[in-house]
Design a binder for this molecule. Structure first.
Ligand code: PMP
Ligand code: GLU
Length: 397
C-alpha cells in the first residue's frame, strides 16, 4: 500500500524547483521558454576553482572527509568571516554541508522541538516553513508587504514573539524580494531579540555578495547577540557553484556539535572534491565575485526599468540577490476571454503557457499578491522576457 509518513505528507514540494522542471519539460518539447523561475547564477564556475577540483581528484581526495568538512576548508571559512565580515570564529564553530539548504535544515532540526514556533518574515524563501514543519515546529509569519520594502519592523517582531518562540529566520539580502536590511535595521531587530533569551537567529546570508548597497550587514556582528546567531552561507550564489553543493554554518560550539551529530548520521561530510573547490573559492582571488556582482547589478537596473513600464505591476527597487518580486494582484479577476487569472499561481502559469516566460507565483513565498522573476540570465533574455510579459499581460482585460 502506498502510504508515506505523516511527516512527509505535511510537506509541499519546492515550488521553485517544480516551476523550473515544468519549464525544462516545455523546452524539451521544442517551445522557446525563457526560464526566470529557479534562482541560480547563469555564469560558469570560475576557472581557478575548477582547477582546484581537478587537482583534488588527481590528488585522490576520494575518501570520506571529516563530518564538518576538511580542516583547510574550515580555516578558509574562518579567514573569510574575519576578513570580509570582521567576525571571529574558531574552526570548531564551522560546519560544512551539502549546500546552504542542508545548513538551514540542520540548524532547524537541531534547535526546534515539536510545537516550538519559528518566526519567518513573509515573503520568505519557499523551503523555510517546510523545514520547520519537518521538525514538527510551527511557522509563524510576519507579513512584510511591498509598502515596507518587504522588511519587518521591530514592532512586528515584538508582537509575533510568544513564550514558544524558538527561532527567527532572517534572510538578507532576501530571496525572493531582494530587500537588504541595513545595519541599523538589524540592530533594531536585535534589540527586540535581546529581551527574549530563548530565541536563536538563523541568519541566511547566502546572497551576501550579491549586494548593491556596498557593505553587507550580519546579525552576528553585534557582540551582545552573536552567541545566539547561526550564520548560514556558502558558495552557490557568490561563486556560481550551485551544483557543487557546499554551504556552511558559523555558530556557537553547542549548535555546531548538535548539527555535526545530525549530519554524521544523515549525510556525513559533503563531497570531498567540492570541498577543495570551495576552499579555492574562499581563499582565492575575489575578483570573479565582483565581476558577477556588477553583471547582476546591471541586470537589476535593466529589469526594474522594464518592469516599471508594464502597466499594473508594482515594483520595489531590490538592493541585493537576483530576484524581482513585483506585485501583480491588479490582474486578479481579469481574463483574456478564455482564461481568468484568479491568483498568483494562475498568473505565473499564464506567463509560462501564453508568454513562454517561467516565473514563480508568490503563494509559495507566502505573498500571494506577487510573483518572482530571477534575473540571473542574460540582458537579451531579460529584455525579451519583459517584452513577452508586457505583451501577454496586455491580453488581460
Ligand atoms: N537560502 C536561500 C535564501 C536560497 O535562495 C538558497 C538557494 N537555493 C539557499 C539557501 C540554498 O543554497 P544552496 O543549498 O544551493 O547552497
Ligand atoms: N534558491 C533557489 C531558488 O529559490 C534555488 C531553488 C531552491 O533550492 O529552491 O530558486
Amino acid at each position: 500500500m502506498e502510504n508515506l509518513s505523516e511527516r512527509l505528507n505535511r510537506l509541499s514540494p519546492s515550488a521553485t524547483l517544480a516551476m523550473s522542471q515544468k519549464s525544462s519539460e516545455l523546452k524539451a518539447q521544442g517551445i522557446d521558454i525563457i526560464n526566470m523561475s529557479v534562482g541560480e547564477p547563469d555564469f560558469n564556475t570560475p576557472d581557478h576553482i575548477k582547477a582546484a577540483a581537478i587537482r583534488a581528484i588527481e590528488e585522490n581526495y576520494s575518501r570520506y572527509s571529516p563530518v564538518p568538512g576538511y580542516p583547510e576548508l574550515k580555516q578558509a571559512i574562518v579567514n573569510k568571516l574575519k576578513n570580509e565580515n570582521g567576525l571571529d570564529y574558531k574552526p570548531s564553530q564551522i560546519l560544512c554541508s551539502n549546500g546552504a539548504k542542508q545548513s538551514v535544515c540542520n540548524a532547524i532540526m537541531a534547535l526546534v522541538n515539536a510545537g516550538d514556533e519559528v518566526i519567518i518574515p513573509a515573503p520568505y524563501w519557499v523551503s523555510y516553513p517546510q523545514m520547520v514543519l519537518l521538525a514538527e515546529g510551527t511557522p509563524v509569519f510576519i507579513e512584510a508587504p511591498i509598502e515596507q520594502d518587504f522588511k519587518i519592523t521591530p514592532e512586528q517582531l515584538e508582537a509575533a514573539i510568544t513564550p514558544k518562540t524558538r527561532a527567527l529566520i532572517l534572510c538578507s539580502p532576501s530571496n525572493p524580494t531582494g530587500s537588504v536590511y541595513s545595519k541599523q535595521e538589524l540592530e533594531a531587530l536585535k534589540n527586540v531579540l535581546l529581551r527574549h533569551e530563548r530565541i536563536i537567529v538563523i541568519a541566511d546570508e547566502i546572497y551576501e555578495h550579491i549586494n548593491y548597497v556596498g557593505a553587507h550587514a550580519s546579525m552576528a556582528s553585534f557582540p551582545d547577540i552573536k552567541e545566539r546567531v547561526v550564520v548560514i552561507n556558502g558558495v552557490s550564489k557568490a561563486y556560481a557553484m550551485t551544483g557543487w553543493r557546499i554551504g556552511f554554518i558559523a555558530a556557537p560550539d553547542w549548535i555546531v556539535k548538535g548539527c555535526n551529530k545530525l549530519q554524521g548520521q544523515y549525510t556525513s561530510g559533503p563531497c570531498s572534491v567540492s570541498q577543495k573547490a570551495a576552499e579555492a573559492a574562499f581563499a582565492g582571488d575575489q575578483q570573479c565575485v565582483e565581476d558577477m556582482r556588477k553583471a547582476f547589478e546591471r541586470r537589476k537596473n535593466l529589469i526594474v526599468r522594464l518592469a516599471k513600464e508594464i502597466p499594473g505591476l508594482e515594483v520595489n527597487d531590490p538592493q541585493g540577490a537576483f530576484y524581482l518580486f513585483p506585485k501583480c494582484s491588479s490582474y486578479f479577476g481579469k481574463s483574456d476571454g478564455n482564461r481568468t487569472i484568479n491568483n498568483s499561481t494562475d498568473f505565473a502559469m499564464y506567463l509560462l503557457e501564453v508568454g513562454h516566460v517561467a516565473t514563480v507565483g508568490g503563494d509559495a513565498f507566502g505573498s500571494p499578491d506577487c510573483f518572482r522573476m530571477s534575473y540571473a540570465t542574460s540582458d537579451e533574455n531579460i529584455t525579451e522576457a519583459m517584452r513577452r510579459i508586457k505583451e501577454t499581460l496586455s491580453k488581460l482585460k
